[in-house]
Design a protein around this ligand. Sequence first.
Ligand code: URA
Ligand code: CA
Length: 433
Amino acid sequence: MRMVDIIEKKRNGEELTTAEIRFFVEGYTDGTIPDYQASALCMAIYFQDMTDRERADLTMAMVESGDQIDLSSIAGVKVDKHSTGGVGDTTTLPLTAMVAAVGVPVAKMSGRGLGHTGGTIDKLEAIEGFHVELSSEEFSKQVNDIGMAVIGQSGNLTPADKKLYALRDVTGTVSSIPLIAGSIMSKKIAAGADAIVLDVKTGDGAFMKTVEDSIKLAEAMVKIGNSVGRKTMAIISDMSQPLGYAIGNALEVQEAIDTLKGKGPADLNELCYTLGSQMVVVGGKAKTIEEARKMLEEVVASGAALEVLKKFITAQGGDASVVDDPSRLPQAKFKFDVPAKQAGYISKIEADDIGTAAMLLGAGRATKESEIDLAVGLVLHKKVGDEVKEGESLMTIHANTENVDAVLEKIYAHIFISAEKVEAPKLIEAIIT
Ligand code: URA
Ligand code: CA
């Protein structure tokens, strides 16, 4: 088999065979196929697309390019959730504690973040003592005992995706549906999930800016998952403004705790219940979405979900007293309010730029080597559709530096107030099964 023939075949719009796709993925992973041929094929895929069968083959070839996590020692259907990423997306922590509390085992492998704020692991490390270094035996035992565990990315998972993603990043081939879908799904499948619930974000702060594109991506991933024997569902959720109120690591841990106490922001709360209901259904603990939702509401109301969170923090070496006393989380030295310059209704809070403002404070990494300041970030007081008086605080800046002029300037440039009443954006745009 020759790589040049595979490139030409795809360039001409023909369907590649399973063997051809495997030849490419294996050869690119072991270095026998050079970057220039791989990038030519990615570009051909970008323009010619792939059939459903090719997409599934690409995904499984990437899964098999490295290690696969075996979660069979954990009882029950292991359901994983994946978000395509957004600003202030605090969902993972409250969501996983809720579903664990109704008996769906959560065996999660998470990453550190590159971007506006840290990833789930960075956030958890805002809790003193918390660590994610568990052996695979400890990991399984903890999930069986208390229902949830989170570990860092370990082992040689989907090396084909690592190499290809880096190549796509510099060859104009990131935004291709078959390539994105294969990249995301291969990582979830290699991490051992039996079932996958996807939260595909849409809007300014998301990877996919329009609902149409988000639906296409979600449908592609749902088809891949289901065709390789992993039950997969997706929701399309709004990321035109930040999710919840908090953007920052310790601040989001506090928001997660509030949500499990039933006092979280309405949008974050609703998203947790929507995603959680799907996870409970695919996890086989409820027959219908309505039944699942009731179960989740009950474990929040009774405090059972909060109890799971405490046990989880303790099991991984963390100080669980932060749950009752969030002031024990890292605190920034300075707080500054951002007063509204005029009265009216909030019409836009541009997620991407507000996220960048949080990053300027030190909440996120600009490069892989950057250090995160866990204490800093932003706490919104207003969301799109809310009425605001002149001089009323739009948000509070939590900073460890006294000069926040650049951050203020960024915030004012990306929050808009209109004289007319504005509708809040729809949170859940679609559900795809
Ligand atoms: N996220 C991924 O993991 N892969 C992509 O290709 C795009 C976003
Ligand atoms: Ca948030």
